[in-house]
Design a protein around this ligand. Sequence first.
Ligand SMILES: [Zn+2]
Length: 250
Amino acid sequence: MESTVAQKLEALVKLQNIDSKLNSLEKVRGDLPEEVRDLEDELEGYETRVGKFNSEIENLEAEITKNKQSIKDAGKNIKKYEDQQKNVRNNREYDAITKEVELQQLEIQISEKRIKESQARIEQKNDEIKDTKATLSERKKDLKNKRQELEIIVEESKEEETKLKKERDKAAKAIEPRLLNSYNKLRANANNGLAVVAVKRDACGGCFNTVPPQRQVDIREKKKIIVCEHCGRIFSDVESPVLAEAASKK
Ligand SMILES: [Zn+2]
């Protein structure tokens, strides 16, 4: 069943009208869906940051444990050396052991210093976690509000949207796939969502460039599908055909 160009155009206009209505419903929602998504991403970022701080703290705590063990080991060594010192045979041996003890004491000092450093850094990380969590809970409140706002708006327009989507499916089925494909592509590229437009006051209803009189005559005849030579939009008809009528009278 082959449809005429006029029928094809009529089907396209119908689809365009439905899509334009769907677009205005989306406009009512405005930037809210995007704002909600942005906030969700932001929150995720904060959660990741807290997780990172926590694993850094874990590493620092492991470092502290290691240093505490070093202190214990050094203490044991010192005790061992001091026992050995009781049984030395000469001063040379005594001095050598004293040096070993001093080294172990130095080891203890270094470990203690490292523990203090790690503890300071843990404190710092905990402060950062606290700050991040404060921001996080504030942002969570924002997100909750925005989600509610969006939910209300979506709820309000849901019925209308469902109805329009059903109509759209039906209207789209009436159009041959190749033409529908061009229509969808045109709409995707048009910032006003218009793929099918009429000529209004001698200009393209999509890009507002002038449409020559002879072309307007062709558009009105509907013998073939004519697109705007500037923007590629499909012309459905000519409204207020001032020039076109003048041209056809010639
Ligand atoms: Zn145009």
